[in-house]
Design a protein around this ligand. Structure first.
Ligand SMILES: [Zn+2]
Length: 254
């Protein structure tokens, strides 16, 4: 199924590289992928949006019979607007997540300063739930709290981990940058091909880029590559087909 979306030779190279890298890394990093999910999600989402929205925009205005100059103008405007919107959206959403974390940390600090014995009992019960017996759980809780009481509670009670705590600016830059990278793909296709083949070139290059993106994301996230590719290309195809129809209708009406 993967081979259906990529030309034969490209498929073989991509597939070989992916399988090869996979085998090399499998033993070492098998279960250390959660720390990638934050920026990986933002980056994949950004690139996916950049490709899909810009390609759809270009296909839509092209289907309406717009001049090349206006097609490019629409594409560039779409790139800037989309990148800014991604950055703003990501910043706001990750910031509010960071605010929630900060509030939780503050509250936990307050609890620890108010009633240490209660907090020790709380942590002990968490470890009992995870399978330790009463005395060992209390011993573990005691030692961890002596070492870093706040850290132990944040990690084991609230699930706040330093590595995955929210970084709004990093997320905003990652998604805006990836959106721009993605959007450049259909724009480049528009520029290099003959004006009469813009729609085909944009659709084909975008679907190939989406397939690679889906494969890369699935590989980095340790997920199934075929379903990663299908998921991403399906929505891209749907978006491009819909805007082509809308553009054609609008072109006929005006
Ligand atoms: Zn606590």
């Amino acid at each position: 199924m993967f081979s259906a979306s990529l030309p034969g030779p490209i498929f073989s190279v991509v597939n070989f590289a992916l399988v090869n890298m996979n085998q090399k890394n499998q033993d070492k990093n098998k279960d250390h992928r959660y720390h990638r999910t934050g920026w990986l999600r933002a980056a994949v989402l950004g690139a996916n949006d950049g490709i899909v929205s810009t390609a759809s925009l270009i296909i839509g205005v092209t289907a309406a019979g717009t001049s090349l100059e206006d097609i490019l103008l629409a594409g560039v405007a779409g790139l800037v607007a989309g990148a800014m919107s991604m950055a703003a959206g990501e910043y706001v959403s990750v910031s509010s997540q960071a605010d929630t974390e900060k509030a939780d940390i503050k509250l936990e600090q307050h609890h620890l300063s108010e009633d240490l014995e209660y907090e020790l009992q709380e942590l002990t019960e968490i470890y009992i739930h995870r399978g330790l017996d009463q005395s060992l759980a209390r011993q573990v809780a005691k030692q961890l709290m002596a070492h870093d009481a706040l850290g132990a509670h944040l990690r084991d009670e609230l699930g706040i981990n330093e590595h995955i705590s929210a970084r709004p600016l990093q997320a905003a830059l990652a998604s805006a940058g990836m959106f721009t990278l993605g959007a450049l793909m259909p724009l480049a296709a528009t520029i290099v091909v003959d004006a009469s083949h813009i729609m085909q070139a944009v659709a084909l290059s975008s679907l190939m880029a989406l397939a690679c993106l889906g494969a890369l994301a699935a590989y980095l996230g340790g997920a199934n590559i075929t379903s990663g590719v299908l998921r991403v290309t399906f929505w891209g195809m749907l978006a491009m087909a819909l805007t082509a129809v809308v553009g054609r209708l609008f072109g006929v009406m005006t």
